[in-house]
Design a protein around this ligand. Structure first.
Ligand code: T4K
Length: 371
């Protein structure tokens, strides 16, 4: 019997994992010994090497955060014109496009997994289109073959926003191998984190110099600057956290998988909720988020917070093309607008107990009976 007495401590949508302090201190000792703190030090290089193996990608460049990684990826391709993306994402995706002087165009999403609807993509391509930025939202993989086919037909670059997708693979291939480049976020709220951080993965090694120089003021190996760049370098302290967390990652995925399965089992027959499918046999999921759709979302989240001290989050609301600065952008997205009005994420992190999931699900059942 599960007690539904309001929890004293809030259960938040996520809680960053941390290594043992002693393990982090061991890594820090190297920083103290070398006095090498930033600007591409040995721990950053070690992290890039380990990420290459972990993500099964040819090339990795790490950054101070995911947003700057995406900015540098787009900047390095010297794009001009329109970029097609989806509005069901975090503001960062579209800001990175706009702040590079590019014009975002919005493609609708599929309700089944909230990723770009490949059937609506080609109709948005014009002679101004230069690239596609699809989002593996919640870590659900986009249909990369269909997207690449459109890109190839029209000579477009493809840069994935894979902020949520660390550790996800399709048919054994890491998502970082798709398109021209992929950006991953290593923010504290992500399945794998460096406190703040991010990376760009890419197959074509000739992109490396441009990607490296964009994060260091635009200076290249010869000390020249062809395009102005940013300061988007990852520090040794952040890389040290990443090296520790990489070791914990496999164990954390097992815990997250068990939590997602528990949510699925307990919520699958609750009237008024729509769950997503986690059963694609070709996909290895990372269980980054537990998204749900409900027309009663707002009331449900309010009651969960007030009566049970449980805090879900409206990831992602509103749709980006409902925000003032993007509301005039081209592209009709009825599905994204509807989904943004119903989507929310329930608490999910490796240290969450299965009993907490039971508590949250019982609370949801009680609320859904009453609203
Ligand atoms: N593209 C996409 C699709 C993205 O989702 C993101 C970021 C990006 C690009 C850009 O990547 P980064 O530049 O961030 O690397 C969070 C994250 O800050 C952001 O990384 C993430 N996506 C976005 C979806 O969510 P908030 O505003 O929801 O975070 P916040 O501070 O409200 O925290 C969420 C919950 O986590 C709270 O309940 C408290 C808890 N928390 C948070 C932090 C930071 C902790 O317990 N400890 C902590 O240290 O944005």
């Amino acid at each position: 019997m599960i007690s539904l007495i309001k929890r004293e401590r809030p259960i938040l949508v996520t809680r960053p994992s941390l290594p043992e302090l002693a393990a982090y201190s061991t890594r820090l000792q190297r920083i103290w010994d070398d006095r090498w703190l930033t600007n591409g030090g040995p721990l950053v290089r070690e992290l890039e090497t380990k990420l290459r193996a972990q993500m099964s990608v040819e090339n990795v460049v790490v950054y101070a955060n995911g947003h700057l990684a995406l900015d540098c990826a787009l900047r390095s391709l010297r794009l001009k014109g329109e970029v097609i993306t989806t509005p069901f994402t975090f503001l960062s995706t579209v800001n990175a496009i706009a702040m590079n002087g590019l014009t975002p165009v919005f493609c609708d999403i599929k309700e089944s997994d909230c990723t770009l609807d490949e059937d609506k993509l080609e109709g948005l391509v014009t002679d101004q289109t230069c690239a596609i930025v699809p989002v593996h939202v919640y870590g659900f993989p986009c249909n990369h073959k269909a997207i690449q086919a459109v890109a190839d037909r029209h000579g477009l670059k493809v840069v994935y926003d894979a902020a949520h997708a660390f550790g996800v693979s399709v048919d054994g291939c890491g998502l970082g191998t798709f398109g021209d480049m992929s950006m991953f976020s290593f923010h504290a709220t992500k399945v794998f984190h460096t406190v703040e951080g991010g990376a760009v993965t890419f197959g074509d090694g000739s992109f490396r110099d441009a990607l490296m120089s964009r994060k260091s003021f635009g200076l290249n190996m010869q000390g020249q600057c062809e395009i102005p760049g940013l300061n988007a370098k990852m520090t040794e302290f952040h890389a040290a956290m990443g090296l520790c967390n990489l070791e914990l990652f496999p164990q954390q995925m097992k815990k997250r998988k068990a939590l997602v399965e528990r949510y699925q089992m307990r919520l699958k027959s609750v009237t008024g909720l729509r769950l997503f499918s986690w059963s694609r046999e070709d996909v290895t999921y990372n269980y980054a988020y537990f998204p749900v759709l409900s027309e009663k979302r707002d009331l449900l989240l309010q009651r969960l917070a007030e009566d049970y001290n449980v805090f879900g989050r409206k990831y992602f609301y509103p749709a980006i093309n409902e925000l003032a600065c993007y509301q005039d952008a081209r592209g009709d997205t009825p599905v994204a607008r509807r989904v943004a009005g119903q989507a929310f994420c329930l608490p999910l992190y490796a240290d969450l107990a299965l009993e907490d999931v039971d508590y949250i699900c019982c609370a949801i059942k009680e609320i859904m009976k009453e609203i």
